[in-house]
Design a protein. Sequence first.
Lengths: 283, 354
Amino acid sequence: MKQAVLSFFRGGGSALPGYRLALAATLLWTGFFIVLPLCALVIRPWQDGVGAMLAATRDTRMFAALWTSFSSAFLAALFNLPLGLLLAWALVRGDLPGRRVADALIDLPLALPTAVSGITLATLYGPQGWIGAPLARLGLVVAYSRTGIVLALMFVGLPFVVRTVEPVLKNLPRDLEEAALLLGARPWQVVTRVIIAPLLPALVTGFGLAFARGVGEYGSVIFIAGNQPFKSEIAPLLIVVRLQEFDYAGATAIALILLLTSLLALVLVSAVRRRLSVWGDAG
Amino acid sequence: MSVQVENLVRHAPGSTRRLLDDVSLTVPTGAFVALVGPSGAGKTTLLRAIAGLDTFEHGTLLLDGQGMGSMRDRARKIGFVFQNYALFPHMTVARNIAFGLDVLPRSERPTRSASAARVQDLLELMQIPDAGPSYPARLSGGQRQRVALARALATGPKLLLLDEPFGALDPIVRRSIRTWLKALHERLGLTTILVTHDQDEAVEIADRIVVMQGGRIVQDATPEVLNQNPQTAFVMEFLGEASSFSGTVRDGLMVPDEAGVLPFPVAASVSPGPVTAMLRPYEIQVRPGVEGGPAVVFSADGARNGYRHYKAHLADRLIPFWVPDYAGNPVEGQASGLLDISRARLFREGQRCG
């Protein structure tokens, strides 16, 4: 055992120099920035005793907020799939004017401070907004409802789908489509069987990233959500609310559930992706 | 299935450069034709036009005497193998091969078991019976090649189009798959058009070779004719190693410019003036030099494929020549002599003249 550990640290005759240094740096970094905070998050809720935790789990407002967060993030990520695929397609295959500008704009939701996106969306879709007002006259209320949350999450999640699909699409040889056509496939069969099918792993990854981002999203949502408890209150906001009430146990309880569920979702996504991409690994 | 191409013209997109320049070609049913030429000669462009993958501006294209019809009509008649195989990476080999059957309308689609049986038949025909459940990423180049061929043949086409199908294979696999493909062509009664830039491959596999250059067909003949009577210096050069000697025709004699190369008589039809004589290394013969006259020094260069290779040292270049490898061949023990190039073909401005 000792031998094995020692040879592991020595690098076992690795040709690359600095193996031990690199390993130590990696472990230290992941330890400090990922593992330690996560441990704190897991341990903290129990500090006030099991009773406090049990009380927190009876909090229906919390479950409503969690449900709002997860279902909105799921829907937003789902809607982003066709949208992102289409955008990636246009970027890779389309020879449109202004393609470069569009390419740069796609990353904007990632770079923009989330509060800015939130205010922008609220201005646009609010009851008096440019788009919100005509929609309201048609009887569609976007702002201050679940629809608004999904919309905001779609806005921040879109780049994840586009950027995961794009490189895979770029590497998809064009002659696959020609081969399919020459084998008698109709255009829609070419799209579904030859283009979308090999993109599925990338789409699932994009979905997972957009979903994870959506669950944790705070700034861009709160301005448009209306934040009514039990209706349009998202879990991250409830954490802030609890903290302001000095209810640390309640806040960390929500955080813990968010963490576990997100982790589960990511594990699930990667399992699905691995399942879908068995064909990729040459043996 | 016969293919008839008449006066096909295709320009490069957005330019006046002609990718196909008035190309006409007739391929009768059952023929095995190779399109050869250097890169950019228009071979692949012509093949893609025949498949209907690319459009053309002028000319007609008939399959079995009829127009092309829609892409799906064509798909039933044509099997196409792409240069890099274009196998669907996310499908198993069996699904790849069955693709052409799977996309048929429900009424024409074979049953699941019939389709599986067809796939297994093809896998056995391709001599890879166990490859069905693997994904293309796990196959070797030669296996992928066979899968691509099986996929192209699954719907029972009568015309097989192959775009540089052996390009990515190692020499041994290449040679074996070549002979095997030829046998398959005959067994299935296919009409096959093959694009290659390897003239040896074309000579070995095809009944007819179409040499292309700059979007035009330079010569269209059997391998024997092509070797014996190349129409242009380009064809001569393209079909194998060749040496050229410039000289002048006068009084029915071709007189080479270089010392040490013997003059030789030419046909009366060759008009006097400068010409280029070209011949293959095994067509060069050696004659003993005259005492005190000009002579060319020979140096041995090993032996290959039943020939002894030599180099003749002319004034400013080396000419390779091969002599059948047997004891007592005319060059053995001779360090110098004269080159007899009387078996050369004569070209003037690149065109054959004698």
